[in-house]
Write a protein that binds this ligand. Sequence first.
Ligand code: UT7
Length: 315
Amino acid sequence: MSSIGSRVLSVRHYQPSRVLTNEDLTKIVDTNDEWIQSRVGIRERRIADSETVADMATYAARKALAASGLDTSDIDLVVVATCTMVDRVPNTACRVAEQLNIDAPAAFDINTACSGFSHAMATADHAIKARAAKNAIVIGVEKLTDFTDWTDRSTCILFGDGAGAAVITACDEEESGVGPVVWGSVPSMSDVVRIESNHPYVAQEGQTVFRWAITSLAPMARQAAEAAGVKPDEVKAFVPHQANLRIIEGISKKLGMPNAHIATDIVESGNTSAASVPLALSKLVEGGEVSSGDPILLFGFGGGLTYAGQIIRCP
Ligand code: UT7
């Protein structure tokens, strides 16, 4: 039996319509537009009203499926990355399958906080390579504003809600469009980003995470490109987790990928945790910043601490 790989057929996103600007936040906490833009790079973010995590995941997945050329009957795996699902059971993936009328897919959630989408993409890729699935929907979704302390200016200015989804399919190994994953965690730093039952709001040691991200991530992201056999100057776009514009710029400088367009969706969307990479990726594709077949480097990092990234070929 010949070896198989997987490739991305489509990427789409969903964001709630309600916009929360920095100016709006000045009416809630002691902050200002200058501080937020200069320290974090955010101008505005989207806030869900009635939409649940499962709703946003479904809306993004429906768009991705429509763009993929596949039908619901083709899908045999749904993987959702999220850390903000309120219900414990059923998981978000089962809810998405229910709302999209997908019959009997394997359906499960992954929680690695902000690095979730690359973990979910790798898991789906591995399932396809193991012939446990043929066509998968991979989703990153968060409703972080359910877990935001609106009296804490150090965190409430950061977060937004949304979802991004990709459809991936089995293909010959030579046509593979999902590269090997580079993933891991830093258990000794497990307490630096938290949403805990005795304090169900995002809390973080911002500067500790900032320093770790700036110093540790660029070599790992380079390793993901190398593992896929893509040279640094061949990478056409870099889509890192959107936590802070200064982190994005700091990592990008160290990457040495001179031809890569750098995704900076944080400006318009804030930090949407597991949704940030697929959201930013979908907007690059939608805006024509990347073309079909272009190698794009994804790299997520966040609570755990966890990290994961891989090269994908633009659909
Ligand atoms: O996505 C999961 C992974 N998380 C991350 O990657 C986050 C990484 N960290 C960061 O992005 C940054 O550390 C933050 C954006 C979270 C914070 O920026 P910072 O430059 O590290 O600020 P800071 O927390 O050190 O605060 C500096 C000052 C403090 O005032 P004093 O003590 O110097 O007088 C804060 O009280 O800024 C003050 N401050 C604010 N001022 C106006 C904190 N938040 C605000 C605010 N508006 N919203």
